[in-house]
Design a protein around this ligand. Structure first.
Ligand SMILES: NC(=O)c1ccc[n+]([C@@H]2O[C@H](COP(=O)([O-])OP(=O)(O)OC[C@H]3O[C@@H](n4cnc5c(N)ncnc54)[C@H](O)[C@@H]3O)[C@@H](O)[C@H]2O)c1
Ligand SMILES: O=c1ccn([C@@H]2O[C@H](COP(=O)(O)OP(=O)(O)O[C@H]3OC[C@](O)(CO)[C@H]3O)[C@@H](O)[C@H]2O)c(=O)[nH]1
Length: 386
């Protein structure tokens, strides 16, 4: 492998990375990228390893010996500090991060996103180890514009909706809207990391992902996850399409999101890993401001793309409206709109997303169809117990 150069033309030394949550959606793509394109070593920590099994076995893989899986629950495992000490850099991805959990399991959500992350920050700070921590775009909450009258012309002014790392406020709902338990826990751990940087010199980078999507995201209920489980929207809509049932639009599907392809986003993370002088001390939005849709438009696009990749005809009624109370239960609330400002990541790392929403849905739904269509057919053909 030729020596890799950083953005300032200096050779990059091979490093050891302690990746917590390496078995999840983002972790699996990051491990893949690190194994295929870099000489770095990964200590992959997670409770599960199904999504990285293809990187761990067999021993003859070209990167064998550069990735080690450690089945660890960071809530209670004394091996954590030792693994952080062995590494040059720790990346913390571990979290409960599916909205269906925020209002129904608020304690688990707060513990996972704040309390469980505390020792990771502490061990990095005490041992002078660099930390890249995964936060979320949800720390912005709602836009300022959402509080303006519906017909206000200011709603069209980007100053009222574009989300900037260093100036936008974090606007959450009332405490009984437990949806915000996640965003609030993520915000507090961001503040703690920032304070460790300011008071104790911790070298940190905070990542705020804006709806990264692609293959291996979450699970398909009843196939590789619980039948009653509610994953994030990509997997919910994929599940509906695979089962030939209408896509459920929560509260009319009026919320807006920007979606970025996981492979584009992983490029940004690799730039952070390999350019510490440019990434340390920064909070980065990572998203694709050009891929904005309402959830209703997302459903329409996914339906069209799925029809193309599966060859199956479209349903007569491809979507239905459901209330958020019915879908998520009491205490749900929503972010109205999420457009990332890209100034900081552009200036520091020169990163820009490349993939259009149509293209990323085409490759992702091709994967979903190839991976799940047969299993779904079999499970639906099974007689149900009466
Ligand atoms: N995917 C996105 O678009 C997105 C958006 C915003 C924020 N994020 C953040 O990025 C991070 C990764 O997200 P993801 O989409 O890959 O989620 P994911 O659920 O697929 O991955 C999280 C992984 O962490 C592991 N984990 C959780 N608790 C653990 C514990 N106590 N000990 C060990 N492992 C544990 C899980 O088993 C899982 O494999 C999270 O912190 C999430 O909040 C992701
Ligand atoms: O079947 C469904 C599922 C969801 N919706 C609506 O889609 C919007 C997006 O939902 P989702 O992808 O589940 O999650 P959010 O974008 O709201 O939150 C995530 O953002 C980043 C992250 O931090 C981690 O991924 C997480 O909190 C939403 O409006 C749902 O109501 C639907 O209509 N139908």
């Amino acid at each position: 492998m030729a020596a890799r150069m950083d953005l300032d033309g200096r050779p990059i030394k091979p490093m050891t990375i302690c990746m917590i949550g390496a078995g999840g959606f983002i972790g699996s793509h990051l491990c893949e990228k690190l194994m295929a394109e870099t000489p770095h070593k990964v200590l992959a920590l997670d409770v599960y390893n199904d999504k990285i099994k293809h990187l761990l076995e067999p021993d003859s893989l070209p990167w064998a010996g550069r990735i080690e899986f450690h089945r660890i629950n960071i809530k209670h495992d004394s091996r954590l500090e030792g693994l952080i000490k062995m590494a040059d850099l720790t990346i913390n991805l571990a979290a409960i991060c599916t909205p269906a959990d925020y209002n129904t399991r608020p304690l688990d959500t707060i513990y996972s996103n704040f309390i469980d992350a505390l020792p990771v920050v502490k061990y990095c700070s005490e041992n002078n180890k660099r930390l890249i921590h995964f936060s979320t775009c949800e720390v912005y909450g709602k836009t300022i514009g959402s509080f303006l009258p519906k017909d206000s012309p200011l709603r069209k002014d980007p100053a009222y909706y574009v989300l900037k790392e260093d100036t936008s406020p974090c606007i959450f709902g009332s405490i009984e809207k437990q949806r915000w338990s996640y965003a609030c826990a993520k915000q507090l751990i961001e503040r703690l990391i920032y304070a460790e940087g300011a008071e104790n010199g911790l070298d940190f980078t905070i990542v705020r992902p804006f709806n990264w999507i692609g293959p291996r995201m979450d699970f398909i209920p009843g196939i590789d996850g619980p039948s009653e489980g509610v994953p994030r929207v990509l997997a919910c809509f994929s599940n509906n399409l695979l089962r030939r049932e209408p896509l459920k639009l929560v509260d009319g599907g009026q919320s807006q999101r920007t979606f970025v392809y996981i492979k584009d986003a992983i490029e940004a993370v690799l730039l952070m890993i390999e350019n510490p002088d440019r990434a340390n001390g920064h909070i980065f939005n990572v998203g694709n401001p050009n891929n904005e849709v309402t959830v209703r438009q997302l459903a329409e696009m996914m339906t069209q793309v799925y029809t193309k990749v599966s060859g199956e005809p479209m349903l007569q009624s491809p979507s239905i409206d459901v209330s958020s109370k019915e879908f998520y239960g009491e205490g749900y609330d929503d972010s109205d709109k999420r457009i990332p400002d890209m100034t900081i990541i552009n200036k520091q790392l020169g990163w820009n997303p490349k993939t259009s929403l149509w293209d990323l849905l085409e490759s992702t739904l091709t994967y979903q169809h190839r991976t799940y269509a047969e299993a779904i057919k079999k499970s639906m053909a099974k007689p149900t117990a009466s």
